[in-house]
Write a protein that binds this ligand. Structure first.
Ligand code: CP
Length: 303
């Protein structure tokens, strides 16, 4: 039995197979409409979510299966003190596969160690968000036709942004991917990620100004400054609008640069950018459904 805790749980060859499957699902949805008949997905979300939870649910329904679960800890027995280990043992009696989001780093890993069904990490604290990374990689591969030889700018909250941490870990396995890490001083990437880049001889630089980086980028990955991860509200208020991608800033970019964002967005991308053909963040959401369908099939050994 296989779980998904980190994007690195799959080799790049396995990821290629997963993305081929996701692209086939996109082209031939009817072929997959009943593969999960009578299968159940449990979505156990101890933290808020729109995309991840609903795209998992949509993915399972598209495959013919059904969905059970809870969308906040307060409506589960966690509010009475039940441990994640006990909860997953219980969920294992009800469902065939589980997607779990938790504010504590490592909680889905603890669940996986006690589970009788595959567990998918749907985001754990500021640590990892592997299915967002699968979504990001599928989006890049589908729209750019490759996962190598490009420069990506990651902009915003690089300290707490689990999507950024997961994506960097995944992209360093591909050839000649260069990183420009754009953040205020207080929200620089954690030192363990910097060490990973250094130890793997990956070309990267850390900058504060988005404008200077724009002309170099093939992909700009914007992120939200995450209010929920700040200890001090004043720090959040000072930093929340540090970067705002506007139409004027887009004029500095290459004609084929892609703008990605894991969403939700707050102010960091002006809505006027949505009409720019380079804005790919809503297409990215759609790719998230295809890749989660492919992942469910793979972990249930149905593909
Ligand atoms: N991208 C992402 O994780 O969105 P949600 O928090 O809405 O699931």
């Amino acid at each position: 039995m296989r779980h998904l805790m980190s994007p690195l749980d799959f080799t790049t060859e396995e990821l290629d197979k997963l993305f081929d499957l996701a692209n086939d699902i996109e082209k031939n949805p009817d072929k997959y409409a009943h593969i999960c008949d009578r299968k159940k997905l449990a979505t156990c979300f101890y933290e808020p979510s729109t995309r991840t939870r609903l795209s998992f649910e949509s993915a399972m329904i598209n495959l013919g299966g059904s969905v059970i679960g809870f969308s906040d800890a307060g409506s589960s027995s966690a509010s009475k003190g039940e441990s994640v280990s006990d909860t997953i043992r219980v969920i294992s009696c009800f469902a065939d596969i589980c997607a779990m989001r938790h504010p504590k780093e490592g909680a889905p890993m603890v669940a996986a160690s006690k589970s009788k069904i595959p567990v998918i990490n749907a985001g754990d604290g500021g640590h990892q968000h592997p299915t967002q990374t699968l979504t990001d990689l599928l989006t890049i591969r589908s729209l750019k036709g490759k996962l190598d030889n490009f420069t990506i700018g990651l902009c915003g909250d690089l300290k707490f942004g689990r999507t950024v941490h997961s994506l960097i870990n995944a992209l360093i396995r591909y050839n000649n991917v260069k990183f420009i890490l754009i953040s205020p001083e207080e929200l620089r990437i954690p030192s363990y990620i910097r060490e990973t880049l250094v130890n793997n001889n990956i070309e990267f630089k850390e900058v504060v100004k988005l404008d200077d980086a724009m002309p170099e980028l093939d992909i700009l990955y914007m992120t939200r400054v995450q209010r929920e991860r700040f200890f001090n509200e004043d720090d959040y208020l000072r930093l929340k609008d540090f970067y705002i991608l506007t139409k004027e800033k887009m004029e500095l970019a290459k004609e084929d640069m892609l703008v990605l964002h894991p969403l939700p967005r707050v102010n960091e991308i002006s809505v006027e950018v949505d009409d720019d053909p380079r804005a790919a963040y809503f297409k990215q959401v759609q790719y998230g459904v295809y890749v989660r369908m492919a992942l469910i099939l793979t972990l249930l050994e149905l593909a």
